[in-house]
Ligand binder design. Structure first.
Ligand code: SAM
Length: 209
């Protein structure tokens, strides 16, 4: 964490300062919504700004190349988890919560998944995703407030979404949603879960197990 901040200071201190001002002062006002923040508007703005790049869903403080490198590492981890679980992808129904730019959609597509539903709080990228993955389904839903209707998924993945749910009640709703729509003996893959809860910004909270 400290190493990461020092790297960003050395790389571009002005840009880091601008982002810090936004995240500490401007963002909480701009996205203020009762006791929480307006996550739908936050992600709509973010994807409208960056489009289908990995900076949109990754770390805004890093370049696209650096985000690609980090995503490549995450892809290796995900691939090895899938491998360990010995999943027959052609036979299963998959739900991805927070599909974003479709990074993991691509992986699941490459693994020959036939039945895929991607849920996201914003539909900004859905036209592109629908075009690229025409046999997959994309649905706009806030997993912390809207019930997922289909209740029979064999595999649910939820990557880099939980830290953007900042209220305990909303987290609880989201987890019940998952519990209800996962088949018996289904697999749920979620990250990140932190050892200690340190980070808290208006749009970020690190949850422990
Ligand atoms: C950091 S991005 C991660 C995207 C993708 N899972 C990945 O790893 O590349 C977080 C994603 O979760 C979505 N998201 C955030 N809160 C959500 C919610 N309450 N319900 C559904 N999607 C949500 C955002 O729109 C965004 O696409």
């Amino acid at each position: 964490m400290l190493k990461e901040i020092l790297y960003k200071i050395r790389k571009n201190p002005i840009s880091l300062l601008q982002r810090a001002i936004f995240k500490i002062f401007i963002g909480p006002i701009k996205y203020h919504n009762g006791t929480d923040y307006d996550a739908q508007r936050y992600w709509q703005d973010r994807f409208s700004k960056y489009g289908k790049t990995l900076t949109a869903s990754g770390d805004e403080g890093l370049s696209e190349e650096e985000n690609c490198r980090d995503y490549e590492l995450a892809l290796n981890v995900m691939t090895s988890v899938f491998h360990k679980e010995n999943i027959n992808f052609e036979q299963i129904k998959v739900l991805e919560i927070g599909c974003g730019t479709g990074f993991y959609t691509q992986l699941l597509h490459d693994l020959k998944v036939k039945s895929y539903t991607g849920v996201d709080i914003t539909d900004v990228l859905f036209a592109e995703l629908n075009q690229k993955f025409s046999n997959f389904t994309f649905i706009q839903k806030d997993v912390t407030t809207d019930k997922i209707i289909d209740l029979s998924f064999d595999l649910i993945i939820m990557i880099d979404v939980i830290e953007h749910i900042t209220s305990k009640d909303k987290l609880s709703f989201a987890m019940k949603n998952v519990q209800k729509c996962l088949k018996r003996n289904g697999i749920f893959i979620i990250s990140p879960i932190m050892e200690i809860s340190k980070k808290h910004l208006f749009h970020l909270h690190s949850w422990t197990i």
